[in-house]
Design a binder for this molecule. Structure first.
Ligand SMILES: Cc1ncc(COP(=O)(O)O)c(C=O)c1O
Length: 351
């Protein structure tokens, strides 16, 4: 393992930051009256439930998620989607105009967008033709200003897992931060990298409740990392990044339904198998890439025509044919049985 020094990696202004604090950080226990935060003590108009600021650290929700995911509480950060976690990683580690990160296209677009908004350069080391990483090329592209390497497994838009051994090689041989975005891990036949956080102090794993959990609307993402990294992220996040309504909803919903998540995933995987089986037989379909996610990347003749034809039928898919290694492809999310049947019959009728 290459030497890892968290303090050295952090931006100087972040290393010395004094986080925003409230009286409630100084006082634990149940107060008789709360006159410390300039809230409306009379309650909120119409009801009395929403006049207080929410728990900035989402303690109860985190304890629940920690038990379900088997990740210690002090290794968890919860964000407004994993997109918030992506943004905070740049804020913590990358000096605008100076530092750079490595991304491996084709991959999830927010790594680059978030970097650009903060004036951080992205060095792109493309995936191989079969959408795997080339660790030697990635490490060769890193210089002294490279703070992070972004990996997405299963990868969006290709759907495949990146090689476990190759990821391990990067984690072992890179002294900066390695982020593994596992937004789609619940659909994959592979253990999460959260099981190896103890071994790699430079590892950050991202999960989301937007995919297998079916909660994209509430914007809840998770970063798992060492307690040291998590405390830096907690110090720089907006104080109340997950609002109280969402904390309460997520707590009761996840508590009630967490055992149903696997049933939902099994249904999606069954539909995925059906979709692949049916689409494969269509003559103008050239290839369906191996997938471990809730979508398929499909190579075909005339993808733009098919895309427009599907729009006419009211079916929206994602045209990926303009991005590297994805020529002539559409990315299709697995729908419900009814939606997939409609898609299949429409695709069969395309001429
Ligand atoms: C790989 C990947 N990571 C993260 C996200 C965003 O997740 P969230 O909804 O938690 O912001 C997506 C969304 O499509 C994704 O494909």
């Amino acid at each position: 393992m290459k030497k890892f020094n968290l303090n050295q990696l952090l931006r100087t202004n972040i290393r010395n930051i004094e986080p925003y604090s409230t009286a409630r950080d100084e006082y634990s226990g149940t107060a008789l009256v709360n006159l410390d935060a300039n809230e409306n003590s009379f309650g909120s108009i119409g009801d009395t439930k929403h006049n207080r600021y929410p728990d900035p650290y989402q303690t109860e929700l985190k304890i629940l998620i920690s038990e379900i995911k088997n990740i210690p509480v002090d290794r968890i950060f919860l964000g407004n989607g994993s997109d918030e976690a992506i943004d905070l990683i740049y804020r913590a580690f990358c000096i605008p105009g100076t530092d750079n990160v490595i991304t491996c296209p084709p991959t999830y677009g927010m790594y680059k967008v978030s970097a650009q908004t903060q004036d951080i350069q992205c060095t792109e080391v493309s995936l191989t033709e079969d959408f795997d990483i080339d660790p030697k090329r990635i490490l060769a592209a890193a210089d002294t200003y490279t703070k992070c390497i972004w990996l997405c497994s299963p990868n969006n838009p290709s759907g495949n897992l990146l090689s476990y051994e190759k990821i391990e090689y990067i984690l072992t041989n890179f002294s900066g931060i390695v982020i593994i975005d596992e937004a789609y891990i619940d659909f994959a036949d592979s253990p999460s990298w959260t099981t190896r956080l103890d071994e790699f102090p430079n590892l950050i794993v991202l999960h989301t409740f937007s995919k297998a959990w079916g909660l994209a609307n509430i914007r809840l993402g998770l970063m798992a990392a060492s307690p040291e990294i998590i405390s830096v992220i907690n110090a720089i996040k907006l104080p109340y990044n997950i609002n109280g309504i969402i904390q309460d909803f997520a707590y009761s919903h996840i508590k009630k339904h967490h055992t149903d998540k696997d049933i939902m995933v099994a249904k999606i995987l069954k539909e995925r198998a059906k979709l692949i089986r049916e689409i494969k037989q269509i003559p103008y379909i050239e290839k369906i890439f191996p997938t471990e996610a809730n979508f398929i990347l499909v190579k075909m003749k005339q993808p733009r025509k098919v895309y427009n034809y599907l729009i006419e039928k009211g079916i929206i898919v994602r045209d990926r044919s303009n991005i590297q290694h994805c020529e002539k492809t559409l990315r299709i999310t697995i729908g419900t049985s009814r939606e997939n049947n409609l898609l299949i019959s429409s695709l069969k009728k395309f001429k």
